[in-house]
Design a protein around this ligand. Structure first.
Ligand code: GUN
Length: 292
């Protein structure tokens, strides 16, 4: 039986601390930290994520602005919105929900966000610092959340073989930086859909982080006995027996992998709640850095 890594509980602890920092900052500066969440279009999953982020701000005492723009929003319009938010002293964090509709050039949007307000850690200024081993700025929310889980459960990483499955800018690549950083000291292999002998690579992992975005991709025979398995996937698959007509599964076939793992994150309730908790942490820390 694997230890079930309880992301909801760890996120609640992080958020308790977030609320405390938020209250302190509000007291010190006479205004709360502020987060702007921009959603372009009507992607159903994005709508759910954005609503959760705004709700969490409210619970913690963080001021939030939710800006919803139509599907056919022009690049220039979105850039104007970002320009306004960059100059707004009530706003310390700006997040444009990904993925945007196809007419939007996401790279240009990310470049337009003031790096000091880049709570996603997507701006090349911030990703560059991360690559150089500077962990003092905002850290990318999901990989940061994974690190918090490892820390909370005291999962040893030094010298261990960590395999990251997925090479996205949002998870895989920053995850590789954090796991190999000084102090964490894992030996990291970055795998992806084109990796040769992928199953064999995965089977070498002491720590496996699955972020490939394919439902139940990691099967029981791809995992070493005693591995720690972190499932970053959030995939909707059709399920007529559910009221919504779908259910959420991770990138790991939980029932097959759990019996072999030493510890594993469930989906939902594993990494998901951590992402939002770390976004809130980045928002309060951004305010501290901006006003210091
Ligand atoms: N889409 C999925 N995850 C994220 C995230 O962490 N930040 C943003 N901006 N978009 C996302």
């Amino acid at each position: 039986m694997a230890i079930l890594i309880d992301g909801k509980a760890v996120a609640a602890a992080v958020n308790e601390e977030n609320a405390r920092i938020c209250a302190e900052l509000t007291d010190r500066y006479g205004m709360p930290p502020g987060l702007a969440v921009v959603l372009v279009g009507d992607n159903p999953a994005s709508q759910v994520y954005v609503a959760s982020k705004v709700r969490k701000c409210g619970e913690l005492g963080i001021y939030s602005e939710k800006i919803v723009l139509p599907n056919d929003t022009a690049q220039e319009t979105l850039l104007d919105v970002i320009g306004r938010l960059n100059g707004d002293p009530r706003i310390h964090g700006i997040l444009v929900q990904s993925p945007p509709p196809p007419q939007i050039d996401e790279e240009k949007i990310i470049l337009a966000i003031d790096p000091k307000k880049d709570v996603d850690c997507f701006h090349p200024f911030n990703t560059g610092r991360l690559l150089q081993g500077d962990l003092t700025g905002n850290l990318p929310c999901t990989p940061y959340g994974v690190m918090k889980l490892l820390e909370h459960y005291r999962i040893p990483t030094a010298g261990k073989k960590a395999v990251v499955l997925g090479r996205s800018n949002i998870v895989g690549k920053p995850m590789m930086c954090l796991l190999s950083a000084k102090g964490t000291d894992a030996t990291v292999t970055l795998c992806h859909s084109r990796t040769q002998d992928l199953a064999e690579e995965l089977r070498r992992a002491d720590l496996l982080v699955a972020a490939i975005g394919k439902p139940e991709f990691v099967r029981g025979d791809m995992v070493k006995e005693g591995a720690v398995v972190i499932d970053v996937g959030i995939n909707r698959i059709p399920d007529a027996s559910k009221p919504k007509g779908y259910r959420i599964v991770g990138d790991v076939a939980f029932d097959e992998v759990e019996p072999k793992a030493a510890a594993i994150t469930p989906v939902p309730g594993g990494v998901g709640p951590m992402t939002i908790a770390m976004l809130m942490r980045n928002t309060v820390r951004s305010m501290e850095r901006i006003l210091r």
